[in-house]
Design a protein around this ligand. Structure first.
Ligand SMILES: C[S@@+](CC[C@H](N)C(=O)[O-])C[C@H]1O[C@@H](n2cnc3c(N)ncnc32)[C@H](O)[C@@H]1O
Length: 280
């Protein structure tokens, strides 16, 4: 890894070390056990197994299925860490760091917002970068239902019903606690709770320098773009987390770009996520 080489040659600054450690911690990369998958009782199981699991869980046990840690998959954000605060993986957090650092160095005005935050790791990371640079006039907006994904209502999303995935439902209180553990919860972090279609059009956000989208569905992605794209400053960045993984998300981006005449080139991140820089 680049950072290891820089440490050896003594060229690395303390803040790079902090951000590198933060990325490894937020993605669960530091914890190989974070590949283990928690087992929940479900209807596909034999009744006897379901009864035993339910009884153990009621007594406070957590049951995990052992899975070998795959560092490459974690770097590329291809698995969901059981321990960790972001499923974006190291490379997409590198990209987020690049985008935030660029808008700061180029003085692109506006706040930083992620729509679709899960356990809040990407937002925690953005707040850490602002703190490192002593930036006090920008806010990190944390937008989510805090109850998982909505059931699909559009034809484009019909094969992607993730609404029953309890692992994706993380409450606002849990995300606030996560920020607190990193000592990064303060008045520069603001929460936008609700379905994007309700919360984003009236959100008190005036200008954005970075808009990170991770809502998975066509509807969620389109709701974010419709409500917020025009608030992104020229020179700001739009990041789409699951562009190549989830066809509905890609379709929404493509439909929005054609409808509004966006021709800024889409740039690749890690084979899954993409981003572009807004030129006007
Ligand atoms: C894949 S997770 C986000 C992962 C996160 N960005 C990370 O770095 O780990 C998707 C999130 O989007 C939220 N979400 C999806 N569609 C939504 C909608 N229409 N309104 C509100 N929240 C939504 C879900 O609650 C979930 O937290």
């Amino acid at each position: 890894m680049k950072i290891d080489a820089e440490v050896r040659t003594g060229q690395i600054a303390d803040h790079d070390l902090y951000l590198d450690l933060l990325k490894r911690c937020l993605t669960g990369y530091l914890y190989p056990d974070s590949s283990n998958q928690e087992v929940h009782p479900d209807r596909s199981m034999r009744l006897s197994r379901r009864i035993i699991l339910t009884a153990l869980i009621k007594r406070g046990y957590k049951i995990f299925r052992t899975k070998p840690f795959n560092p490459e998959a974690r770097a590329l954000g291809q698995d969901w860490p059981s321990i960790g605060y972001s499923m974006a993986g190291l490379r997409r957090l590198d990209n987020l760091q690049f985008c935030v650092a660029s808008v700061l160095s180029e003085n692109v005005p506006g706040d930083l917002l992620e729509a679709g935050v899960w356990r809040g790791g990407s937002c925690i990371f953005m707040r850490a970068i602002l703190k490192l640079h002593n930036i006090t006039d920008r806010t990190v907006w944390v937008a989510d239902s805090f109850q998982g994904l909505p059931a699909p209502t559009l034809e484009a999303d019909k094969d992607y019903d993730l609404s029953g995935f309890s692992q994706l439902a993380v409450s606002q209180a849990e995300v606030e606690d996560a920020f607190r553990r990193f000592d990064l919860l303060d008045s520069q972090v603001r929460f936008l709770k609700g379905w994007f279609r309700d919360s984003l059009p009236s959100a008190p956000v005036s200008r954005l320098a970075v808009l990170r989208m991770d809502g998975d569905l066509y509807e969620s992605t389109m709701d974010i773009l419709n409500a917020l794209y025009h608030k992104v400053s020229t020179g700001g960045y739009i990041i789409v987390d699951d562009y190549h993984l989830l066809p509905p998300c890609k379709q929404a981006v493509s439909d929005f770009r054609s409808r509004t005449g966006i021709t800024d080139p889409i740039q690749e991140i890690d084979g899954t996520g993409v981003f572009w820089k807004k030129s006007d």
